[in-house]
Design a protein around this ligand. Structure first.
Ligand code: DP6
Length: 347
């Protein structure tokens, strides 16, 4: 018999950024973060997990058709070990169950967006990996309980196990048991929210986030204030903005936090530059839009790369998309394509 389960997981884009670890082996963050889950119609990872006593050899993963070396990936190994332990607990309670935890796993995973687009694919990837195996093993665990496992694959992955608006609570315990993700509001709470992804560069170069955040933790003079004072206040503000569907407050907090994160990067040594001239043109375009509107109707945010994600409300679609078409046409280095428009209420 081959036992099999499939699942999909969405991409999430943080509006309060995770940047910095207090424990690198358990992957515990120095500050809480909050993200918006993007529609799976545009961006998702699909993963099938199977196991069988007829499978030979080690666990394997095929990612977009290419074999991945998961044996030397500590993070993947940590996830697989925890999932097997949970399955063993389930099997111990019911001896009639097949001993799936002892069988080799075959994982087949694919993104419906180009991995090279520079979009955070590790979040959706680890979330799909964890959930597909949890389904295969028929684990009774909640998404929040599974977020503890996904977090060890990639921090941001713990926020991709839920829809809508998701907070990752940094927690304070040493073992990380309180470092979990939880849904702050479902996608249906704010159905007009939209995200526009501007692919500035499809290259995957630059400083990877894991290494970049360590450099920041070790060298940035701004970082401690950000982690200890600024972000806790902003988390509260962002949750209020979301509950009240207060877009100007949401936008201001989102842009300030993206800028604070990139300021810490620039303040690191050696300095880390994720934004380029095209990113700055996108920031200017958002400022132009907001000036024209007389209030904040668009918000930019940038992760560990030059691509912009613009949040806005559906009623401002024409204004936002129109200005982007007009302004970015003349910017060198911009390939003129939208990475994808992502209505968040189409699931
Ligand atoms: C800038 O989750 O990729 O996107 O835990 O080391 O895998 P690891 O880092 P990762 O970092 C994401 C950083 C960010 C901000 C965010 O998503 O909150």
């Amino acid at each position: 018999t081959v036992y099999r389960a499939s699942t999909t997981a969405p991409v999430n884009i943080a509006v309060i950024k995770y940047w910095g670890k207090r424990d690198t082996s358990l992957n515990l963050p120095t500050n809480s973060s909050l993200s918006v889950t993007l529609s799976q119609k545009s961006l998702k990872t699909h993963t099938t997990a199977s196991c069988s006593s007829s499978y030979t050899g080690q666990d394997s993963l095929l990612l977009n058709g290419e074999p991945e070396d998961i044996q030397s990936s500590k993070r993947t190994q940590a996830c697989l070990q925890l999932l097997r332990r949970f399955r063993k607990d389930v099997e111990a309670k019911d001896s009639s169950l097949p001993k799936l935890a002892d069988m080799p796993l075959k994982l087949v995973s694919a993104n419906n967006f180009p991995t090279a687009a520079g979009l955070a694919s590790s979040a959706a990837g680890f979330a799909a990996l964890v959930r597909s195996i949890a389904n295969l093993y028929d684990l009774p665990h909640s998404p929040t309980q599974l977020s503890l496992i996904a977090r060890q694959g990639s921090g941001s992955a713990c926020r991709s196990l839920m829809g809508g608006y998701v907070a990752w609570r940094a927690g304070s315990s040493k073992d990380g048991q309180d470092s979990i993700a939880e849904e702050v509001a479902p996608v249906s709470h704010w159905p007009d929210m939209r995200a526009l992804i501007l692919v500035v560069s499809a290259d995957k170069k630059g400083v990877p986030s894991t290494a970049g955040m360590q450099t920041t933790v070790e060298t940035s003079t701004l970082f401690n204030v950000r982690a200890e004072e600024i972000v806790p206040k902003r988390m509260a503000m962002m949750e209020e903005a979301i509950q009240a569907k207060d877009f100007p407050k949401f936008a201001e907090t989102t842009m300030k936090d993206s800028n604070s994160f990139h300021a810490c990067c620039l303040d690191s040594w050696p300095p880390i530059h994720y934004l380029n001239d095209v990113s700055r043109a996108a920031m200017n375009a958002v400022e132009t839009i907001n000036r024209r509107a007389g209030e904040l109707v668009a918000a930019y945010t940038f992760d560990a790369g030059p691509n912009a994600v613009i949040y806005y409300e559906e009623k401002n679609e024409k204004l936002v998309a129109g200005v982007f078409r007009y302004v970015l046409q003349s910017v060198k280095g911009w390939d003129g394509e939208y990475g994808g428009q992502v209505p968040l209420n189409d699931r």
